[in-house]
Design a protein around this ligand. Sequence first.
Ligand SMILES: [Ca+2]
Ligand SMILES: [Ca+2]
Ligand SMILES: [Ca+2]
Ligand SMILES: [Ca+2]
Length: 344
Amino acid sequence: MHFNKRYAYALIFVSSLLLTGSSGFRCSSDDDSKNKNKNSSGGETDIRVRVGDEQKISADSGGFNGNLDDGDQFGSAIADPGDLEVDGVRDLAVGTPFNDDDGSDEGAVWILFMDDDGRVDQQQKISSNAGSFGGDLNDDDLFGSAVAGIGDLNNDGAFDLAVGVPGDDKGGTDRGGVWILFLDAEGKVRQQQKIADDAGGFGGNLDDDDRFGSAVADIGDVNGDGIPDLAVGSPNNDSGSDNAGAVWILMMQADGKVDAWQKVSDSAGGFNGNLDADDHFGAAITGIGDLDNNGVPDLAVGVPGNDKGGTDRGAVWILFLNAEGKVQQEQKIADDAGGFGGGT
Ligand SMILES: [Ca+2]
Ligand SMILES: [Ca+2]
Ligand SMILES: [Ca+2]
Ligand SMILES: [Ca+2]
């Protein structure tokens, strides 16, 4: 159906060109398709083109029937968890960290069961009082600041999720945490496991305001035990200097607990790169597969506060891991570094 619509837009575009011989077209959405375009000579043209197609999902559009309130910030994080109800269409998990269901800024995650036209067929909210979530959330936990699909971790046939809670206070204020959510085909939580300071098998040392769980990624199976492992960002970690940041590599078990862990920071995990105060290494993370073909997956880590070239221009570190989760080699991409020539 949407293909025909796209085809119709293309036809309109081509016939407009033929009729007017004009330039100055642009992409437009349904919302502004009635606006006139000013062309370079100040006149107006009616030419606009829809490249591909788009579908907005918000409180009152895109088939989404969930309830969003002011300041919820739905869309702060987003992940493809897989095809949850097995209808042939991949679904979405959308973080809403400032949701206030049961307390201020506790957060929520919306599971969106998608149609192949980009609209939401059905949705399921997960929060402290929705979606059968049995975990405990508190004010300012910001559950949903980060979301990652982690495949079917417990092998029950349904996809699972990792959700960051950087404001979690286990052990001390804002040390942070990650919830592993074992979902069912309806997007409800069948079981959950928290990973935080001294919880979920994790014995790594977290300090107040580390904000562990600000980013989370499934990076693949690092230690070769057949279970996908996680990288968790802790961008306010103070290793080396204040808020230099850190990434934790978590070797996972099928029950959602951590079997072993490795910290990567300015002074840990074999990392030879240099991190400075307020670099916030670990603010974003993604798995990039096995880039150097050594049999161990590698990762990319965002460092938005990096000052290469000038204040807060930012950087990305590519980390080549070994099976222990330590860094074997690293490559920095920044202003005029790592082959990157794009001026920032
Ligand atoms: Ca689906
Ligand atoms: Ca599962
Ligand atoms: Ca593993
Ligand atoms: Ca590798």
